[in-house]
Design a protein around this ligand. Structure first.
Ligand code: GZL
Length: 318
């Protein structure tokens, strides 16, 4: 015959064990990454992997080599493996409805990181964590407006190296930049082409811009530092001084940009924070625990002109 106290203790234990069991089972996150196209992307990947390890979260990770079909395949494999939550940085904005409907039908929540998507039904993803790319484009243009105001009669011909065609950062950084430079009609974008966020393509496209001699190039606006660094090589090979003959504005704030600014070859970089790992892991836990989460979580970012590069470089975390 079990004594009442002992029975109560056994009952309490029976009720508690499953909860403990739920806590102990590591959460499994399936992550589809764009690729490894830039310093920014490498820092983003490192942050996600380190944060998963620190959080005791089982991470399944796939690099899509900048191809949407590889991301769709990875998301489908995570659905088949019945992971607890899926997260991905969509290489382009459109074409996600079908696979996200499959994840929803399987009852697996999806988190967007870094880049956003355009979908018919916003309930196809639980939350977005990343940057405000339109604001990054505005910050880049505000820096140029301020500089141009010191020389009010100078016309400034701008060439633009866009990011990956169809990607949220490329679309939004262009939008924000154009919205602000409208304030000064002497600032004109005379050429604009995608450099695919890579150094190699950025150099190649800048070479083609420099060959077209009909208009002098005064400013380069690059949607990321890697393309700017590639363009710097092209400008030097053309016998011009980057950062002086051609003013260069870029975005990301990676170490290579601070080194280029210290060398006087880049004029300003607008920060885009890749270190989303810890916030993503906490968000994944909250989503799996069915806690209410914000639909859009953006991170605060700064603007770093060349004058502060040397002082700031030792503090950089990516
Ligand atoms: C921005 C990110 C962009 C970076 C590029 O959040 O999506 O992709 O600006 C990277 O360096 O390739």
């Amino acid at each position: 015959m079990i004594k009442p106290l002992a029975r109560r203790t056994l009952l309490a234990a029976a009720l508690t064990l499953p909860a403990l069991g739920a806590l102990a089972a590591p959460l499994t996150l399936g992550f589809s990454q764009v690729g490894a196209e830039s310093e920014w992307r490498s820092a983003n990947t490192a942050s996600i992997k380190a944060a998963a390890r620190d959080a005791g979260i089982t991470l399944k990770f796939a690099d899509a080599q900048q191809k949407q079909e590889n991301q769709v395949k990875a998301i489908r494999s995570y659905i088949a493996q019945r992971v607890d939550v899926i997260a991905f940085s969509p290489v382009v904005e459109s074409g996600w409805d079908t696979v996200l409907k499959e994840a929803k039908a399987a009852g697996i929540p999806v988190i967007l990181t870094d880049r956003a998507v355009k979908v018919s039904d916003p309930s196809l993803y639980v939350s977005f964590i990343g940057s405000d790319f339109v604001e990054e484009g505005r910050k880049a243009a505000r820096w140029l407006l301020e500089r141009a105001a010191k020389n009010p009669n100078a016309a400034l011909n701008i060439v633009e190296l866009q990011g990956t065609v169809g990607s949220a950062p490329a679309i939004d950084r262009k939008k924000g930049f154009e919205e602000v430079i409208k304030a000064n009609p002497r600032l004109q974008i005379i050429r604009s082409q995608s450099g695919e966020f890579t150094r190699a393509k950025g150099k190649e496209v800048m070479e083609s811009f420099l060959k077209q001699r009909d208009k002098k190039i005064d400013v380069l606006y690059a949607h990321n530092d890697d393309m700017a660094i590639g363009a710097i090589q092209a400008i030097e090979e053309a016998g011009l001084k980057p950062g002086q003959d051609i003013v260069i504005i870029s975005i990301d704030g990676v170490r290579g940009a601070f080194e280029a600014m210290k060398a006087g070859k880049l004029n300003v970089t607008v920060e885009c924070n890749p270190l989303l790992g810890p916030q993503l892991m906490q968000l994944a836990r909250d989503v799996v625990a069915k806690k209410p989460v914000e639909k859009r979580i953006t991170v605060n970012e700064g603007v770093f002109p060349a004058e502060v590069a040397a002082k700031e470089l030792p503090n950089r975390k990516y």
